[in-house]
Design a protein around this ligand. Structure first.
Ligand code: NAD
Ligand code: FE2
Length: 386
């Protein structure tokens, strides 16, 4: 594969992939008679030259883009509702989610709420909310600028309650972006710790999808190839950014969210509670918890973990070897290894476990998890014992 070329796929939606492909976004909208996209990007990103360049390029294509930037690190309902107001006030006709998972999730939430009267949380996946997704959804495009969440090809958006900060997953197959512009050049200037943490999020997607119970060989195939891409590129992308490694990471990230259509696992449940209670970045929370989650799952998924160690050609080709590799990788990426480093205390574990057990992700975990198990897993992660 030549990572310098442009590619066009239709899986799971239309994907335009390659360095510089973002320049074709304006033309894409014009061809569909769209003129006024709402460009949804977080405040920090909106200050960067990258954003200004995209904004100007849309203008020079004859479009009239409007910006929207109220996005929390872990987005809340009000971010979506204010965005809907902006969309209508400014007479927009389409939505572009430009940024990391947070920006793309808020953009997807706005797309959902624009023409749906119901309360945003009525669309909660755990309550069967997708049955209410019946109205029009504006033309919606995603442009990832991190390689992690895979939200660009996702069908759900994760939004927290403004007050309790509890994360809700709002899902509908209709929330899939109509087109994805995945341009690896946009990730080249990411701070190295963001490349590392978001990359570990993508890795966790592949690992959890591969271990998830259920039968989905399509997703298993994606997960294996995604892990291979990450294995050969994440460290380099973090410490020595170049177009090829960033291209591989961007591809692996969007494959990850496709793979986890099969399901995720307990690591994501632990991470969601950490973001809720400590506003911890999603990728960072996964990076810390992954090792401890694998130790727990080794009891039922030892064969699969051993297979992964062989598949990735690790030195120690056992289940334990795969867990050690994850520990080594997180360390070499410069990421923290314990929850205590993030200010979590023993006294917080009860609350964290109480939230984790309510999270849907662990329902597809290969080994059933109880609240008691969650407490133990958090305890181990607190100081790094396992
Ligand atoms: N919808 C889904 O399927 C799904 C899956 C996993 C996670 N999520 C959500 O995604 C969010 C996390 O997303 P994330 O990990 O991408 O982090 P993020 O969106 O919070 O971005 C991380 C930081 O990097 C900055 N940034 C982004 N792109 C940059 C660039 N190119 N150059 C410089 N700085 C840049 C952002 O401004 C931000 O400060 C969480 O809210 C999580 O709940 C959604
Ligand atoms: Fe994730």
């Amino acid at each position: 594969m030549n990572w310098n070329q442009h590619y066009n796929y239709h899986f799971p939606t239309e994907i335009f992939f390659g360095p510089g492909i973002i320049k074709k976004l304006g033309e894409h909208l014009k061809q569909r008679n769209l003129k006024k996209p709402l460009l949804v990007t977080d405040e920090k990103l909106s200050q960067l030259p990258l954003f200004k360049k995209i904004y100007e390029s849309l203008k020079s294509s004859g479009l009239d883009p409007e910006g929207y930037h109220q996005i929390h690190k872990n987005p809340i309902k009000n971010d979506v509702l204010s965005g809907v107001e902006s969309y209508h006030q400014k007479n927009c006709d389409s939505i572009i989610g430009l940024g990391g998972g947070a920006s793309m999730d808020v953009a997807r939430g706005i797309a959902l709420k624009c023409f749906h009267e119901r309360d945003l949380f009525d669309f909660d996946d755990s309550l069967g909310g997708d049955q209410y997704v019946t109205e029009k959804i504006p033309y919606f495009i995603t442009v990832p600028t991190t390689s992690g969440t895979g939200s660009e090809v996702g069908r759900s958006t994760i939004i927290a309650d403004d007050i309790t900060k509890e994360k809700k997953i709002l899902f509908s197959p209709r929330l899939m972006a109509k087109a994805v512009f995945a341009d690896p050049e946009l990730t080249l200037d990411l701070p190295f710790h963001v490349t590392a943490a978001t990359g570990m999020d993508a890795f966790t997607h592949h690992i959890e999808a591969y271990l998830a119970k259920g039968f989905n060989p399509l997703c298993d195939g994606l997960a294996l190839e995604g892990m291979k891409l990450i294995g050969e590129s994440l460290e380099k992308a973090t410490h020595k950014p170049c177009l090829e490694t960033h291209s591989k990471m961007m591809m692996a990230a969007l494959m990850g969210a496709t793979a986890f259509q099969k399901g995720l696992g307990l690591v994501h449940s632990t991470a969601h509670s950490l973001s809720t209670l400590f506003d911890l970045h999603h990728g960072l929370a996964n990076a810390i918890m992954l090792k401890y989650g694998l130790v727990f799952n080794a009891k039922t998924s030892g064969d699969k973990l051993q297979f992964l160690s062989k598949f990735l050609n690790l030195e120690n080709q056992t289940a334990q070897g795969f867990i050690e590799y994850i520990e080594f990788l997180t360390h070499s990426l410069g990421l923290p290894q314990t929850l205590s480093s993030q200010g979590v205390k023993e006294a917080d574990i009860e609350k964290l476990a109480g939230l984790a057990i309510k999270d849907v992700c662990h329902q597809s975990n290969p080994r059933p998890v109880t609240e008691y198990d969650f407490r133990n897993i958090y305890k181990q992660a607190l100081k790094g014992d396992h």
